[in-house]
Design a protein around this ligand. Sequence first.
Ligand code: NAD
Length: 494
Amino acid sequence: MTAIAPDWRALAGTVRYPTDLLIDGSWSRGAARHEVISPIDGQVVADVAFADAVDVDRAVAAARASFEDGRWSGLAPAERKEVLVRWAHLVNEHAEQLAVLTALEMGKPAREAKAIDVRACHRTLRWFGEAIDKVLDEMPSVDPSAWAMIEREPAGVVGAITPWNFPLTLETWKIAPALAVGCSMVLKPAELSPLTALYVAELGLQAGLPEGVLNVVNGTGAEAGAALAGHPDVDVITFTGSTATGRAIMTAAAQSNLKRTYLELGGKGANIVFPDADLEKAAATIAWAVTYNAGQMCTAGSRLLVHQSVKDEVLDRVLAKMAQMQPAHPLDDAAPIGAIASQRQLQNIHSIVSEGLAEGGRLLMGGAPVMTETGGCYYPPTAVDDLQPDSLLAQKEVFGPVLSVLTFASDDDAIRIGNATPYGLASGVWTNDLSRARRVSKGLRMGTVWVNCYEEGDLTVPFGGVKQSGFGSDKSLHAMDKFTSLKTTWIELS
Ligand code: NAD
């Protein structure tokens, strides 16, 4: 039986959501108001509260008070689990509302937002909720005259600063483990995606999250984000966003209270194709890996690094598949890809492509905004050839559906070029030779290497980068380490 697609347009007209700041369990109007402009058509979607430093201070104070009095941190893990699992179910029940809001605020197809983002939000809350009462502390065997315990204690007040490309997914990757271990939080979502964060937080209150445990302060990075990163009473900052902002956040942390800082930053993923690979499967996946979410992914497979002997064959197939990934209205259930998140992002993409072409790159497809008559922000699949490993388009993160084509001659060459960017987030290796797969994936300095696939994984495996892609992984049981401190208690026995 074929499932009937939701009527996304009707839902877009009727969905209701909070627009104020969530501080101490109450909605407050905040220092300023801000219009959310949809990249679908340039129309105003909502008017939301934007916080200033005073609002952020109130949110941190609420989080601190809730942490210190133990209304959440003092619960048994099994009790926190009940709330997180209930919250996960509510997210599922509101999947279509959350999906349509994601489409309206940042332009991805509502169908995809439901299948990927909302599902990730649901699963992450449930997974960390269910995990927390199974994680045990340690008791090492020491000298019999003593009794030693190593306990994980919640780190305190966590500030989370997140981007717009997968708003629900990336926020929940931080919220779920931090709340599961007993921390209280202040979330500062991206300017472009404030609505889904507020909606999901309201569901948290309905699920029984005590007041003040999760506070949401929308606002600009320069004001609300900087106030949170530099706040003297925040214990941990967890951030996903650009490398430049990561640098500013680390500086603010160092200059304030030396809060622990975890950064998930940019990337310049390569799909490395060897002649012995399943070239048809590789080509289809590579075309998808650079166009999915309109290429607005830190892990986007934005470099095709192909062995020179199969370049033409692979490239022809990749281009044919990419040509099918044209942008369309995000509320159309069949849209292959949606809009770019903002005019600013659209201009960024286009200016990097133009600079890359001016430098000598050869345009194979795309290369200029489309659907301009809609008033929205749309960029077609774009591919550029004749690049060198040090070319701008082979080095710079574009964050759009833009593929840079490079070749290599040997395995060592592939590893060298694969590693030759400041980033180290993720890449793909395509080969049917197990020894080569192991050797090349071992040689790549990346947080994740996919072999004969791309973007695969689940909550059991960590996600994070090395080099200037950051440090401190989201997902998996390891994510809880970021939000806990190790405490040793050594008891001398009499
Ligand atoms: P961004 O760095 O501009 O913004 C991210 C967040 O930081 C936003 O909430 C913003 O308001 C805030 N911010 C901006 N300036 C700040 C400051 N001075 N102090 C504190 N907060 C500040 O990034 P973006 O444009 O929203 O997202 C795109 C970037 O995110 C890309 O570089 C992409 O690679 C990266 N990203 C990384 C991952 C990952 O997991 N590694 C995932 C998604 C996106």
